[in-house]
Design a protein around this ligand. Structure first.
Ligand SMILES: Cc1cc2nc3c(=O)[nH]c(=O)nc-3n(C[C@H](O)[C@H](O)[C@H](O)COP(=O)(O)O)c2cc1C
Length: 336
């Protein structure tokens, strides 16, 4: 079981791939920007586009801490096309991929993605002189897809040219605004740093829903989101009366029967701007499907908070998504 990567490689050989064939295939996938990296708990080798390579020179294997796969990430990130820098004085790892930067500090759950503060559920740690970092967090923030195979204890990190292209479209194109499709379903979301946006767009696609982004009148800056400080987001969350305003919505909510509402978890619940949205519209008799993204927490008390605000709506159980959520997972949640 521990040698699944080797077995997979042998299988390729049995199926008739010559070494030259593999090399040609690797060159082709790199040329198209496709990357697939397989990592397995306890296995010091990774498979990159079908080619087995060591994770580091010391033979370090990935381990699991609190359900998170941790490993020395330098080689993995470099195979993804990124760069890793280590500052021993500040015990900080800085990772770059394209325009994106992630900063992680040993023994701290505070992470910074493009200077926006985010919360890790497992702090980076040094074990036997090796810096062990959470690979899922890094890969997802760099917009790679990450899948976990429990039976094989294997993490698969992928980015295809197609996905990369879709992501760059998502990043640069304003969210599609609704009203034209005739759908009864509407996805409404607030996203400060883009994670919830990516989940919202997948849900809209699977549900055949229109989609609307709740855009704050006063945008949240990185400083506003730096929850290690007395930041605007923290102050709003602590203030029962805070109702941040959003830009006018060009949508007739009464046209929709089912509203999917998405948000990041802020201090265990939804950001106050979501309260503003829910209190602005009459959602009686609607079906409400709450979903969130978070640094690790569940959907928390937000679902009961929505039920309190919308007592005459049918508020279904919520779902915590990640940017690698699959269509099947979304379909399963919708069918519940
Ligand atoms: C003010 C603030 C508070 C947060 N509180 C939590 C929390 O309680 N639990 C958690 O897991 N993540 C927390 N996070 C992390 C976000 O939920 C997480 O990064 C989310 O995926 C961001 O979504 P977005 O990119 O759509 O804004 C917090 C982030 C901020 C800015």
């Amino acid at each position: 079981m521990k040698r699944v990567i080797s077995i997979l490689l042998s299988l390729f050989m049995v199926l008739g791939f010559t070494l030259t064939g593999c090399a040609v295939e690797e060159a082709e996938t790199q040329a198209t920007g496709n990357v697939e990296i397989l990592l397995q708990i306890g296995n010091p080798n990774m498979a990159v586009n079908g080619v087995e390579k060591p994770i580091d020179t010391e033979g370090t294997a990935p381990i699991v801490i609190n359900d998170r796969t941790m490993l020395p990430v330098r080689a993995v990130v470099e195979e993804m096309g990124g760069v890793v820098a280590w500052d021993g004085d500040t015990q900080t790892v800085t990772l770059h991929y394209g325009e994106d930067e992630i900063r992680l500090v040993i023994d701290s759950v505070d992470a910074y993605v493009n200077d926006s503060a985010q919360m890790l559920d497992v702090a980076p740690i040094i074990i036997n002189d090796r810096t062990m970092l959470p690979i899922r967090f890094i890969a997802e923030r760099f917009r790679f897809d990450v899948a976990w195979n429990e039976a094989e204890q294997m993490v698969t990190i992928t980015k295809t040219g197609q996905i990369a292209e879709q992501v760059s479209t998502l990043d640069t194109t304003p969210a599609k605004q609704p009203g034209t499709s005739g759908s009864n379903n509407l996805v409404v979301y607030f996203s400060a740093t883009g994670t919830t946006k990516s989940v919202a767009e997948k849900i809209a696609e699977v549900a055949g829903a229109d989609i609307y982004e709740i855009v704050p009148k006063i945008p949240y800056t990185s400083e506003d989101l730096n929850y290690s400080s007395d930041c605007r987001a923290n102050r709003e969350q602590q203030d029962d009366a805070a109702r941040p305003e959003f830009e006018p919505i060009a949508v007739n909510i009464s046209d929709y029967d089912t509203i999917y509402i998405g948000y990041p978890i802020w201090w265990g619940t939804m950001p106050k701007i979501v309260n503003t949205f829910l209190e602005t519209y009459d959602l009686s008799d609607k079906t409400i499907m709450p979903f969130c993204t978070s640094g690790g927490s569940g959907i928390g008390t937000s679902v009961s908070a929505i039920r309190n605000i919308c007592p005459d709506a049918e508020v279904k159980d919520g779902m915590r998504g990640t940017s690698s959520i699959t269509n099947a997972q979304i379909e399963e949640w919708i069918a519940k």
